[in-house]
Design a protein around this ligand. Structure first.
Ligand code: HEM
Length: 516
């Protein structure tokens, strides 16, 4: 049985020199056009299978998920730095099943509805902060459209999303700074956001295939730390200690708050409600899943909301349609709520198009075949790494017309006889869960991400018009979009850019609305 075709490699080392160091999603799509939707390349003895269309990804990673749900082993990142204890790199088996059960009980589509008020409050506060920042140097009056801001908003967004996701996991009502044993203070959360950023960037660096010599030669993990060439072991120890601190410190503070009788509507509290007499093992599982949810949920959400700002500024005609819909359905009297979604199909289509054109995790997280599989007449042998090129699948021209054009209308109900419609009656197939991965590894935070991103986008569009800084900067911004690249951590973030953020409503309206 032949293996899937792919770029020719060298004897022994295979395609080590072809392995794309960055922009993997684009190289994989180009290879897909040359070799077909299922292709293979080789790093030393390891087969890497890349899936470039939705049929192949569903067939191998959804339908046969019981045997493709494992993760490839990562010596540096998984074993030595201890990320195997988190959900994303945990090997298939009992521990992963237990983790998923815990997370799914709190983050299922239905259960996350109880967290909507927390997300709505976070989006309202973000709009208020954005307003204060963009207007602080320019206006003091309340006239429409006089306040304009031009600045890099990313810091504000990072803190807002960081606070919001940390709030959903550990509780959003913060303890006063001088209190001890009553949960997380604002400073604790700021420190946490910073520590998680550092841990995440080390994670990203170590996650790249064969990033460290020990990934090539696993026996090196046994060399003592004191050996002169064992710098990687000292690096791994520091990263491991930091990761354990990142996992246990906020969890212990949250436990102290709960023990002192104060409960909140958040992940840790809800897990403990479901497990009233937790064993140390259950506590440990809750701590590691909480850390995984924070690190999995913050940078991804930031990436998509950032690409929304860029898309809105580059596509004023699409933004205008969203404004029209918001004005007609919501009006100036109140901010959008998550319960308004069904009445705001264009805003929802805008969000879908941001997720399609700039999916936060463009090549997903690698799976591993646990037994030989045959797909479309090709052998995927046991132990192969399987990568779904999510970005490539969402830019497949046989599914999406003009895949590089930003066009939210493709997700509106079709008028007349569409050529490429689907069962939902949309002009083009919905992106479904594709940005969130496949099978038993599908992102457990997808419902939370979906509602979180939607409410940020809807509230920002309701309150502001977003424009490029000036005409000259449009070109730069288009490059920021086209060259959106992997940040460390295998996430897709647009390159830095600046926008003008212009309030559409009276300053007073925004103040009143966001304080509700
Ligand atoms: C735009 C937002 C997000 C995107 C695009 C995204 C995407 C993904 C993808 C592609 C995977 C890998 C799936 C696979 O292996 O097939 C994943 C896994 C994961 N995500 Fe997300 N995610 C997002 C937000 C979140 C949020 C909000 C959370 C938690 C609150 C979260 C927690 C996780 C965890 C824990 C995993 C590992 C699952 C496992 O290995 O079993 N993610 N995500």
């Amino acid at each position: 049985m032949p293996k899937p075709p792919g770029p020719p490699g060298w004897p022994i080392i295979g395609n080590v020199f072809d392995n794309p160091p960055s922009q993997k999603h684009k190289t994989f799509r180009e290879w897909g056009m040359q070799y077909g939707p299922i292709l293979r390349y080789r790093l030393l003895t390891e087969d890497i299978i890349v899936l470039n269309n939705r049929e192949a990804a569903y067939e191998l990673l959804e339908k046969r998920s019981s045997t493709t749900q494992d993760r490839p082993s990562q010596v540096m990142c998984g074993e030595l730095m201890s990320w195997n204890h988190g959900i994303a790199l945990s090997p298939a088996g009992n521990r992963h099943r237990t983790y998923r059960k815990l997370v799914n009980s709190v983050l299922s589509a239905n259960a996350t509805k109880s967290l909507w008020p927390v997300q709505e409050r976070a989006a309202r506060m973000f709009v208020q902060e954005l307003f204060n920042k963009c207007s602080s140097s320019t206006i003091s009056n309340k006239n429409k459209n006089t306040a304009s801001g031009e600045y890099e908003f990313l810091e504000l967004l990072r803190r807002s999303v960081g606070m919001h996701v940390a709030g959903i996991i550990f509780g959003s009502e913060l303890a006063p700074e001088d209190s001890v044993g009553h949960g997380m203070t604002e400073k604790d959360v700021d420190d946490y956001i910073h520590a998680a950023d550092v841990a995440h960037s080390l994670f990203g660096k170590a996650l790249a295939p064969f990033a460290y010599m020990v990934d090539w030669l696993p026996w090196l993990k046994y060399v003592p730390e004191s050996f002169p060439f064992a710098g990687f072991k000292r690096e791994a120890r520091h990263a491991r200690e930091d990761l354990i601190k990142l996992t246990m410190d906020p969890f212990n503070k949250t436990l102290q708050r709960i023990t002192s009788g104060s409960s909140q509507n958040c992940y840790v509290d809800l897990c403990l409600l479901d497990n009233p007499n937790p064993t140390p093992e259950v506590l440990n599982n809750i701590a590691w899943t909480a850390m995984s949810a924070y690190t999995g949920g913050s940078d991804t959400t930031i990436g998509v909301v950032t690409s929304f700002f860029l898309a809105a500024s580059l596509h004023p005609e699409a933004q205008k349609l969203a404004h029209l819909e918001l004005d007609q359905v919501i009006g100036a009297g109140r901010m959008p709520l998550l319960s308004d979604r069904a009445q705001l199909p264009y805003v929802s289509a805008f969000v879908q198009e941001c997720l399609r054109t700039c999916p936060a995790v463009p090549v997903g997280v690698a799976h591993r075949a646990m037994k030989d599989e045959i797909i479309n007449g090709y052998l995927v042998s046991k132990g192969s790494t399987i990568i779904a090129n999510i970005w490539g699948i969402l830019h497949d021209s046989s599914t999406y017309s003009s895949p590089f054009t930003f066009n939210p209308s493709r997700f509106l109900p079709s008028i007349g006889t569409p050529t490429n419609s689907n069962v939902l009656g949309l002009s083009e197939p919905s992106i479904g869960n594709i940005p969130f991965g496949f099978g038993r590894r599908i992102c457990p935070g997808m419902h939370l991400a979906d509602s979180g991103i939607w409410i940020y986008v809807a509230c920002v569009l309701w309150a502001f018009e977003i424009r490029p800084k000036d005409i000259a900067s449009s070109d730069h911004m288009r490059r920021a979009w086209d060259d959106a690249k992997f940040s460390e951590g295998a996430l897709l973030h647009p390159l830095p850019f600046k926008v003008q953020i212009i309030p559409r409503l009276n300053a007073g309206d925004i103040q009143v609305q966001s304080n509700k």
